[in-house]
Design a protein around this ligand. Structure first.
Ligand code: IVH
Length: 750
């Protein structure tokens, strides 16, 4: 940077020239920071340029440029890779570990498709490659982009890197006009060892396992580094297509092979669970000699028309499953048991272990689930580990199943130290001292401190900013912990996030002058927060972190209510009924404990009904409650949690403070607007003959309809199968349109 002159010495012409220079330099720094990979100047140098620009403008206000850097805060997200939205979502697979689960998988598919028990059903089985998935988009046979999976909707643009991988063709002959190839990037053992050996010689970074090496090599901002790394690629599927590759999975893979892709040679057609398991054992036996890592076998329905009928759950296909290999295990010492408090107040015991390598990963923590698990019994009081309890000081067997947190499989009593004592589960919350209650029928102790418990408050905030909730750039778990503990600019509840900019402006010490923040990063954070003042209803609901309210149920609620005020009004009206439902549950539990025998079911029901009906609930409360529990996917447990949480004074006040900060709570998108049933509420009753219930529901939802469990004045259509009874009568009485299965199929165009 040129020697800078004191601002007081500048004449008007010089000041104008200096402002032009600063505008250019700051613009270049912005570009380097936001679009390229490496910032050219430090945060501090950038801030100094901006300050100089502002000072000159203050002295010569009439020289302020139309493109003045003072008017520009932040810019596009500062991320190394561009983003690519997948034309078709990249999903993951459901896991299975036991042979019985494979029989269940087959049975589930047969039920869903309504197949007779002996009908043939063709599958394919192939190794599950332990690498990272990649989507390659070819237009007119030319590779136009490559994207990692990311969150399944949007991935990172790694096109330049993918082009350097020899096994990824950049040009295809005879491919469909549009072809997205999906597969796994991985590193062969020999290449991995050579890479690490080279790193050792040159003092470079070595990788823990081939998967990490593959991920680290693909996600390089400099494609030349990727080129120097030996990566391989297996194609196992496809995304968007302009025309089908073939009719079946197996034939489609053949076609991909013809087009020039590597397809795993251990892929086999199988005619049912027995054949699948046989091939699983064959692959497991071949595993040590494959020369690359696999972590299981993937089973897929071969017929693509059946795949289409089976469709997807929220994140996994119904037509495929990953049969994982047995977990790797190792023995180590349990050095301590710590209690972590989650966002709903659940106390989770965590094993602190003497660090041990389990299948290539260093493990020092494992989950211990709950009090019963430590004591050696399951939720029904039956012994696990033949009743052996777990004590601090024990030698324990640790295992990792898939990517999940390590667990403890067993304990070696022969090596138990003489002074080891049974573990006593704490009766108070270690974070806030409130009573930790374990309710009848629940295996978990819960802190009763609610929002006064700092651990719950922090975990709730972390959840609030997480990817599938508010997803605020630059505000992750680490920053939440920092702000939570901060006295000058604290974030203690969600609304505080949205008042951060205003509070910072009013404060003497600014965020930008603090550790880890500069002017740009502070401005960027405030902008990222402002961006989320418009939020889809489902994300808001999910973000509140209400117990039992997952993403799918949040979407169901959002679709049903369409707006925040409608929802909260219904919740308020349902409050007396929710309280009653909980009391009725309690009465039922108590009576059940007293009766303890099946023969006295009538008493149990009587105890429950007595609470429900006396004194009579206001009609509005009952109707509101029934509306909520009538939403498909929302049961009484979730409904009670939703209503009691949102009507609890402190909690509600906090939610209202948040809502007041938001600019718009967006209604859910209609999933399919051109369908005549979009937005309609449908109820199915009776026996359907051409579709199973699950398939009917999935298809209705895919057409944008809501599926409810019971008929009410809000029902638009009742689809009456064979033997439809009381629901059909009720629908007629209410004047709801009733149609049969064929008419329904015609209506949705199936
Ligand atoms: S099929 C709709 N086949 O496993 C999802 N996946 O746990 C279709 N994977 O994200 C995935 N080998 O990265 C499929 N032969 C194979 C696979 C495979 C590895 C990975 C893939 C996926 C993950 C799911």
């Amino acid at each position: 940077m040129a020697q800078e002159r004191a601002i007081a010495d500048l004449n008007e012409a010089e000041a104008g020239a200096e402002l032009a220079r600063l505008a250019g330099e700051l613009a270049r720094a912005n570009r380097a920071y936001h679009q390229a990979d490496t910032p050219e100047i430090t945060d501090a140098a950038y801030d100094a340029l901006k300050a100089r620009n502002a000072a000159i403008e203050a002295r010569f206000p009439h020289l302020k440029r139309p493109d003045s850097p003072s008017d520009q805060v932040g810019a596009a997200p500062a991320e190394g890779f561009g983003k690519i939205r997948h034309a078709q979502r990249m999903l993951s697979l459901a896991n299975a570990f036991e042979p019985e689960e494979i029989a269940e998988f087959d049975a589930r598919i047969r039920r869903y498709l309504n197949l007779v028990p002996d009908a043939p059903l063709a599958y394919t089985a192939e190794p599950k490659i332990d690498g990272l998935s990649l989507s390659l988009r070819y237009e007119d046979g030319v590779l136009v982009h490559a994207a990692t999976r990311g969150d399944g909707e949007t991935g990172e643009d790694v096109t330049a890197n993918a082009r350097t991988i020899a096994e990824i063709p950049v040009r295809l002959e005879g491919a469909p006009a549009l072809l997205e190839v999906r597969g796994e990037v991985y590193m062969r053992h020999a290449d991995f060892q050579a890479l690490n050996a080279r790193a050792a010689e040159t003092g470079g970074k070595s990788f823990a396992n081939p998967r990490n090496a593959a991920a680290g090599s693909l996600r390089q901002l400099d494609a030349e580094i990727t080129r120097a790394r030996p990566l391989s690629f297996f194609a196992y599927g496809w995304g968007a297509l302009s025309e089908p590759l073939a009719d079946g999975q197996m034939a489609s893979l053949k076609r991909l092979e013809t087009l020039g892709f590597q397809v795993n040679r251990l892929t086999r057609p199988c005619d049912g669970p027995a054949a699948l398991l046989e091939h699983y054992r064959a692959i497991e036996a071949a595993r040590p000699d494959l020369g690359y890592d696999i972590d299981g076998v993937v089973y897929k329905i071969d017929d693509l028309a059946l795949q289409a009928r089976l469709g997807f759950r929220s994140t996994t296909p119904r037509w495929a499953i990953a049969h994982k290999f047995a977990a790797e295990t190792a023995w180590t010492v349990l050095e301590g048991i710590e209690i972590q408090v989650g966002r709903t107040g659940a106390l989770s015991p965590v094993a602190r272990l003497k660090p041990i390598n389990v299948g290539g990963v260093l493990v020092s923590n494992a989950t211990l689930h709950n009090e019963d698990y430590i004591a050696g019994r399951d939720s029904r009081g039956q012994p696990i580990r033949e009743g052996r309890d777990i004590r601090v000081g024990d030698r324990v067997q640790v295992y990792r199943a898939g990517d999940v947190i390590p667990k403890i499989a067993d304990v070696d009593l022969a090596q138990r130290p003489g002074d080891a004592v049974p573990y006593v589960f704490p009766q108070t919350c270690p974070e806030c001292g409130s009573v930790a209650l374990r309710e009848p029928g629940d295996s978990t102790h819960r802190c009763t401190g609610g929002l006064i418990c700092p651990a719950q408050a922090i975990e709730k905030l972390k959840h609030f900013v997480s990817r599938n909730a508010f997803d605020i750039d630059g505000l992750g778990a680490k920053q939440i912990e920092m702000f939570f503990a901060d006295d000058q600019l604290p974030i203690r509840e969600p609304a505080d996030i949205f008042t951060l900019r205003a509070r910072d402006a009013a404060n003497l010490t600014k965020l930008k002058n603090r550790d880890g923040f500069g002017e740009r990063s502070a401005a960027k954070l405030f902008d990222a927060i402002d961006e989320r003042r418009r939020i889809p209803l489902a994300r808001l609901l999910f973000g509140l972190g209400i117990r039992h309210l997952g993403e799918v149920a949040a979407a169901d609620l959002a679709r049903h209510f369409g707006g925040w005020r409608v929802l909260i009004d219904t919740v308020d009206r349902a409050a007396p009924a929710a309280a009653r439902a909980l009391a009725a549950d309690e009465a039922e539990q108590a009576e059940r404990a007293r009766a303890a025998t099946e023969g006295r079911r009538a008493e149990v029901k009587k105890a429950r009904d007595a609470i429900w009906d006396d004194p009579p609930l206001p009609e509005g409360a009952r109707l509101a409650w029934e509306e909520i529990i009538g939403i498909e996917g929302v049961g009484a447990v979730l409904a009670a949690s939703l209503v009691t949480t949102l009507t609890q004074g402190r909690e509600r006040a906090s939610v209202e403070r948040l809502v007041a900060e938001l600019a718009e709570i967006q209604p859910p998108e209609q999933r399919s607007t051109d369908s005549p049933v979009a937005g309609k509420t449908i109820v199915f009753t009776g026996t359907l003959t051409r579709l199973t219930r699950a398939e009917a529901k999935a298809r209705a939802e895919a057409s944008g309809a809501k599926v409810a469990g019971s008929v009410s004045a809000k029902t638009d259509i009742l689809v009456a199968g064979e033997g439809a009874g009381s629901k059909a009568a009720k629908a007629e009485a209410l004047g709801v349109r009733v149609i049969d299965e064929d008419a329904w199929l015609a209506l949705i165009g199936a």
